[in-house]
Design a binder for this molecule. Structure first.
Ligand code: UT7
Length: 341
């Protein structure tokens, strides 16, 4: 069986904040942010918008593209939503902690009455993990055919806006891919390979310390800052360069192909310098990596599906192209997918 991506979508909040605008509020500069990360701006949600709102919009945009490009036979969004067997969302900024999952909120919003729904907690690798999980679920049962795999985040609510070392890095957004199980054709297509890895020994280098069962807020406690991302930037940087290098090598070896066979490497958009350093180590030209961090900053689990959607809508991915995704982030988690479009 082949698992193919038959549509993609994305959504961002309307407000885009430039580095210069940030520099009016915190002690930083456009020059520092650009030279250390490659980020030029980020989208930030208003107070009324939660992760499921962006996720639902990205889901609707995805199903609409499937209808528009006629990659499905259904004629309306409602009809198409009813064919979904599973909705999976990678997120570390769910609407609610614990439950309900963000995926359940999207399932209700779409009217996907025949779908199971759950979130995946794999931080910035959430989409990579989600694609493999959904693919496995579709292949397990003959009756399952379609799934919506998403990454969605409102990280602006999980950063300490007084910590210039982290708050400048993140942005809000959601991305999605509609996947379908199809019989194998003459040529091998769809999701070719996936590698999933974790290194829990680095758990404390990227962590939200407060609010969970390890370190809960206590009755009567005066809370100065909401739960927020704490990061040992240097440690995560070194891990990320190693992770990208390892995953590229592993995916190519598993499929038995060289890098020339790959049209695009779509890495998690955390820092353009990470990608440049890994590319240099691997001897892969920079043009092979798709980067849109300049506009979006780091949207965690959403960054890969947002990038895939940009490429897909610009028709810079065509049928038969091989795409490699690479995720890395909190956990620490990392991994990648090799997809023949
Ligand atoms: O998606 C999750 C995965 N996360 C990542 O992949 C992030 C990985 N880490 C990184 O991308 C980089 O480590 C950062 C971009 C976070 C930091 O870059 P860096 O080159 O490691 O900078 P640094 O933390 O070593 O700081 C260098 C200097 C410090 O000043 P001093 O001590 O040298 O005087 C910082 O205080 O830059 C200062 N600094 C800033 N200056 C202006 C830190 N943040 C800022 C800022 N604006 N926003």
């Amino acid at each position: 069986m082949a698992i193919e991506i038959i549509a993609t979508g994305r959504a961002t909040p309307p407000r885009r904040i430039s580095n210069a605008e940030l520099a009016e509020k915190i002690s930083t500069s456009d020059e520092w942010i650009r030279s250390h990360t490659g980020i030029g701006s980020r989208y930030i949600a208003d107070e009324q918008t939660a992760t499921s709102d962006l996720a639902l919009q990205a889901a609707i945009n995805t199903l609409s593209l499937a209808l528009e490009r006629k990659t499905v036979q259904e004629h309306s969004l409602e009809e198409l939503a009813l064919t979904l067997d599973m909705i999976i969302i990678g997120t570390v900024s769910p609407d609610y902690y614990g439950f309900p999952s963000t995926a359940c909120l999207v399932q209700h919003g779409l009217g996907a009455l025949n779908a199971g729904a759950m979130d995946i907690s794999a931080a910035c690798s959430g989409f990579v993990y989600g694609l493999e999980t959904a693919s496995g679920l579709l292949c397990m049962r003959q009756s399952r055919k379609r799934a919506l795999v998403m990454g969605a985040e409102v990280l602006s609510r999980l950063v300490d806006w007084d910590d210039r070392g982290t708050c400048i890095l993140f942005g809000d957004g959601a991305g999605a891919a509609l996947i379908e199980k199809r019989p194998d054709g003459k040529e091998k297509r769809g999701l070719l390979q996936t590698v999933l890895r974790a290194d829990g020994s680095g758990a404390q280098s990227l962590v939200i310390q407060r609010g969970g069962s390890r370190n809960p807020y206590r009755r009567g406690e005066i809370i100065d800052t909401p739960p927020h991302v704490q990061m040992d930037g240097r440690a995560v940087y070194n891990f990320a360069v190693k992770a990208v290098t390892e995953i590229v090598d592993k995916l190519l070896a598993l499929e038995g192909i060289g890098i020339d066979a790959v049209k695009w490497i779509v890495p998690h958009q955390a820092n353009a310098r990470i990608v440049a350093a890994a590319g240099k180590r691997l001897g892969i030209p920079a043009e092979k990596f798709f980067l849109n961090i300049e506009s979006y900053a780091n949207t965690s689990a959403a960054s890969i599906p947002i990038a895939l959607d940009e490429l897909n809508r610009r028709e810079e991915i065509r049928t038969g192209d091989i795409i490699m995704t690479i995720g890395f982030g909190g956990g620490l988690t990392y991994g990648g997918n090799l997809i023949k479009w």
